[in-house]
Structures are given as structure tokens and as C-alpha cells.
Design a protein around this ligand. Structure first.
Ligand code: FES
Length: 96
């Protein structure tokens, strides 16, 4: 019988996928060939999420609002939060 992972474990697995993509030692080719959708339910691409963050989105809700959609399953929310945190860290280090 097949067991279904809990929601927390599933979310952690998805976050690990994003973390691996954001590793600085990932090759450019590997990143380009990776899946580019952050939100599969609404078809929101990584590029669109990064653009929304650059334009001031500070929460996943801001990103959904800019894309004129709403979260469906919310599996992408931790990925979006991680991308927002990463951007904040980048700006913090740039300001030092
Ligand atoms: S993957 Fe984003 S709402 Fe389902």
C-alpha cells in the first residue's frame, strides 16, 4: 500500500528543490533546464515571481495579487517566501 507524505514533509521536499536550484554552485545550464514554474496551479513562473519581488512584493499574497489570481493549494507559498527572503538577504548584504 502506498503511503502519502504529510503536508509538512511534502512542503519541505518542495523547499529543498528550490534551495538546490538557488545554490551558488549550480551550473547555469542546470538552472536553465530546471522547471521554471513556481506555482503550478496558477502557472506563475520563477521569472514572474522575481519580477514581482523586484517591484516590491514582500509577501506571497502580493505576488498572487500582481498575477491577478489566488492560491489554490498553497504548495508554492514556501518557495515564494524563500525567494523573498533570499532577495532581502541580497539587498541587506549589498547595503553593508
Ligand atoms: S502551486 Fe501555487 S497555489 Fe498550488
Amino acid at each position: 500500500m502506498r503511503t502519502v507524505p504529510s503536508l509538512e514533509i511534502y512542503m519541505r521536499m518542495r523547499c529543498n528543490v528550490v534551495r538546490n536550484l538557488l545554490q551558488p554552485d549550480s551550473s547555469k545550464a542546470a538552472r536553465e533546464s530546471a522547471v521554471l514554474y513556481v506555482c503550478n496551479c496558477n502557472g506563475i513562473r520563477e521569472r514572474e515571481v522575481r519580477q514581482a519581488i523586484d517591484e516590491g512584493a514582500s509577501r506571497p499574497a502580493d505576488i498572487f495579487r500582481r498575477q491577478q489570481c489566488q492560491p489554490q493549494c498553497a504548495k508554492c507559498v514556501c518557495d515564494m517566501r524563500r525567494m523573498i527572503d533570499e532577495r532581502r538577504e541580497t539587498l541587506r548584504y549589498a547595503a553593508e
